[in-house]
Design a protein around this ligand. Structure first.
Ligand SMILES: Cc1ncc(COP(=O)(O)O)c(C=O)c1O
Length: 369
């Protein structure tokens, strides 16, 4: 009884996500040291799930000199969090609120002559010409670059825009040696801009993978998102992970061999065992696709999650360990003590770590340290 009370007192009463901002700071410093150019901290999607304002302030304090986001709303949130370095928003609708951007000092990317025509009406505003350098995703397609450059020059002469930068994005930067075409395309685009009379100060192309593996892509600035939060998509560098997700055991039961567990009895126990219930499920960001493979750290070792991951709960097989209600399970963490990592969960679910860190459910309480 004494042991039970003690363990309940020691454990948190609910799932909690702890964000270790010192890891974000350490990762930022690593990128600052890596390049001769500037470092833009990309804090879209709530700072990759780490808190937009916290991530932005931490990165700037650690040496990042720009902030990157995908929407004006995120840019305004960055400003309101007290960050005063330049901010760029690069996925704006054609009718983006240019006056708000200018008022908050947020640069806008311009991905087509059409966007430029609308944006310049409401200028003056600072812009980055966004070129499609091989993804057929965002940015101006190469056949429109000439028109974009000459229209940008006219708008600049009219005092409607200032062209601060020219940017691209690399499609295959996780693959060694694959950046040549994208890099050449950006250089060609910059040359076209100069011939049109533009003098952009910043050429930027590389995100985390290219920044870590291919210095020839660094140019004047690298844009780092995943790397700041400890994700290295190139698989070459050990960065520090900042997230730790824990959940208390809410119930423990002893079951016989042959017991079906959870929806559809997708798991049936092979022997008599102890099952521990955690109040965390796919609504909290544990991908259901990881069912049958996932593990958590409980009672000093990794234990399998058994049965299908439910919306709010998972069942863990702890065999004969003396696990009690109130004991804390580590769902994922940096991995230093043997606990699963975000990367493990991504692998179990057949996805990438980015999807795990940005998918933590809104009801999980967050603690920052
Ligand atoms: C245009 C652009 N730049 C930079 C980034 C940051 O990439 P990463 O998270 O690999 O650093 C992204 C993210 O998708 C992006 O779309």
């Amino acid at each position: 009884m004494g042991a039970l009370v003690t363990s309940i007192r020691q454990a948190s009463a609910e799932p909690r996500l702890t964000v270790d901002l010192s890891a974000v700071a350490a990762n930022t410093r690593r990128f600052v040291e890596l390049t001769r150019g500037e470092v833009m901290a990309v804090v879209k999607a709530d700072g990759f799930g780490h808190g937009l304002g916290d991530a932005a302030r931490t990165a700037v304090a650690a040496g990042a000199t720009w902030i990157g986001v995908t929407s004006l709303a995120e840019g305004v949130a960055v400003r309101e969090s007290g960050v005063d370095v330049p901010v760029l928003s690069w996925l704006n609708p054609v009718d983006v609120d240019v006056r708000t951007a200018a008022r908050y000092g947020i640069d806008l990317s311009v991905p087509s002559p059409h966007h430029l025509a609308v944006i310049e009406q409401a200028g003056p505003v600072r812009v980055h010409l966004q070129l499609d350098t091989g993804m057929a995703r965002d940015g101006a397609s190469p056949d429109s670059w000439l028109a974009l450059m000459s229209a940008a020059r006219k708008a600049e002469l009219a005092g409607k825009i200032t062209v601060v930068g020219v940017m691209g994005h690399l499609p295959c930067a996780d693959t060694p040696g694959a950046n040549g075409p994208g890099r050449r395309a950006l250089i060609q685009g910059v040359e076209m801009a100069r011939q049109a009379g533009l003098r952009p100060k910043l050429r930027h192309l590389a995100a985390t993978s290219a920044a870590l593996t291919d210095p020839s892509t660094h140019l004047d600035m690298i844009r780092i998102g995943a790397g700041l939060v400890g994700i290295d998509p190139s698989g070459t560098t050990r960065l520090r992970s900042a997230l730790r997700l824990t959940a208390p055991v809410v119930q423990v039961r002893r079951v016989d061999a042959g017991t079906g567990v959870g929806y559809g009895h997708r798991h049936v126990t092979e022997r008599a065992t102890t099952l521990a219930l955690l109040p965390v499920g796919y609504a909290d960001g544990l991908p259901r696709a990881a069912s049958g493979r996932a593990e958590v750290f409980l009672g000093g070792r990794r234990r399998p999650v058994v049965g299908v991951i439910s919306m709010d709960q998972v069942v863990v097989d702890v065999e004969d360990d003396p696990v009690l209600p109130g004991d804390e399970a580590v769902v994922f963490g940096p991995g230093d003590d043997g606990e699963p990592t975000v990367g493990d969960w991504a692998r179990w679910a057949g996805t990438i770590p980015h999807e795990i860190v940005t998918g933590i459910g809104a009801r999980v309480r967050r603690f920052v340290r």
